[in-house]
Design a protein around this ligand. Structure first.
Ligand code: XMP
Length: 317
């Protein structure tokens, strides 16, 4: 019978047999699947795992460092690449959501390829593919372009002649999480909300700038912390903040302000295909609104999104 411990033992043995003393390159995102897959590979081959984690400038506040710290704690051989400026330059003047996604996807592939080519003699590419991804890629419609965009590592396997290493191919998400817990991966990482590959770039409506990212990161961090403290984080499927391209008048002390608005989004859902807006308590919303407006300079108004999917989507872009 299946247990996380038996799965780990068997998988590590299989990985050892498959990889031998080869080198495995892998893109890590800080997400559940890539972290669990990398930890299994690392148990099998140690420092012959060459993980690459890219800071694309649109991660959550402090996320890059926090995730690198966790990788270190798990003894994973991962290189963090600060590519923030490259992404901000690429996103300059881009306002169309799909165009923003394309820029981020392309730059990620560029950065990842550059780094991967530095790993001499690599023969494997590790991936956190799970069973639902396999099914989806077999469907007549092919893999959905948006949802899987952060798994896309471009034509690297062909270019470098790499074989795939996919230790989670037969697992469902809940099994991946159980394996992760058994491997000692922190609960918070394993049970965090889904976060889109293009990150905060699609939660900043219109042009993305470093300044707007900082504003949104600050507001988002207060919202996430508030949800956790109120015991609401695990009750919603996904939550996030959206920076609207709208300035409005406010008042602070004797001063008139003219600043940005953030929308708070929280949904309940099973798989993200349909979703209801979460009925968060008014008291909680009132506290978060005050927290954000009092602590994030540049935001003077907070609204709550009460739209369900369909016809709205979870993200605003
Ligand atoms: P929507 O906005 O379509 O989102 O209701 C459904 C789920 O998909 C996520 N999402 C994305 N994930 N790249 C991703 O990796 C994307 O471009 C992307 N767009 C949406 C969204 O966060 C939600 O979980």
């Amino acid at each position: 019978n299946w247990t996380p411990a038996s799965f780990i033992n068997e998988t590590v043995e299989k990985l050892k047999a498959q990889i031998g003393d080869g080198k495995v390159i892998m893109a890590l995102s800080g997400g559940v699947d890539s972290t669990v897959a990398a930890t299994l590979v690392s148990r099998a081959v140690g420092k012959n795992l060459y993980g690459i984690f890219v800071d694309n400038g649109v991660l959550r506040k402090d996320e890059f460092q926090q995730v690198l710290d966790i990788y270190k704690q798990l003894d994973l051989n991962v290189k963090g690449i600060d590519a923030k400026q490259l992404f901000y330059d690429g996103l300059k003047d881009k306002t169309d959501p799909e165009e923003k996604r394309k820029v981020i996807g392309k730059l990620f592939i560029d950065v990842f390829h550059d780094e991967a080519l530095k790993v001499e003699g690599a023969s494997f590419l590790g991936q956190g593919t799970i069973y639902p991804d396999v099914i989806e890629s077999l469907s007549v419609h092919g893999p959905s372009a948006t949802i899987k965009s952060h798994h896309n590592v471009g034509g690297l396997p062909e270019k470098m002649n790499l074989s795939l290493v996919e230790p989670l191919r037969l697992l469902f998400k809940d099994e991946v999480r159980k394996v992760g817990l058994e491997l000692g991966i922190p609960y918070d990482l394993l049970y965090r909300h889904p976060f889109p590959g293009p990150g905060l770039a699609i939660r900043i409506l219109g042009e993305v700038t470093a300044e707007k990212v900082t504003l949104l990161q600050d507001a988002d961090a207060l919202y996430t912390k508030g949800l956790k403290e109120a015991g609401l984080y695990d009750k919603v499927w996904q939550a996030g903040t959206i920076l609207l391209p709208v300035k409005s008048v406010g008042v602070m002390g004797d001063e008139r302000t003219y600043e940005f608005t953030v929308a708070l989004r929280a949904v309940t859902s099973v798989d993200g295909m349909t979703a209801d807006w979460a009925h968060l308590p008014y008291e909680f919303l009132a506290n978060i609104s005050n927290e954000i407006i009092n602590n994030v300079r540049g935001i003077n108004r907070v609204v709550y999104d009460i739209s369900s999917k369909p016809p709205a989507t979870i993200e605003w872009e």
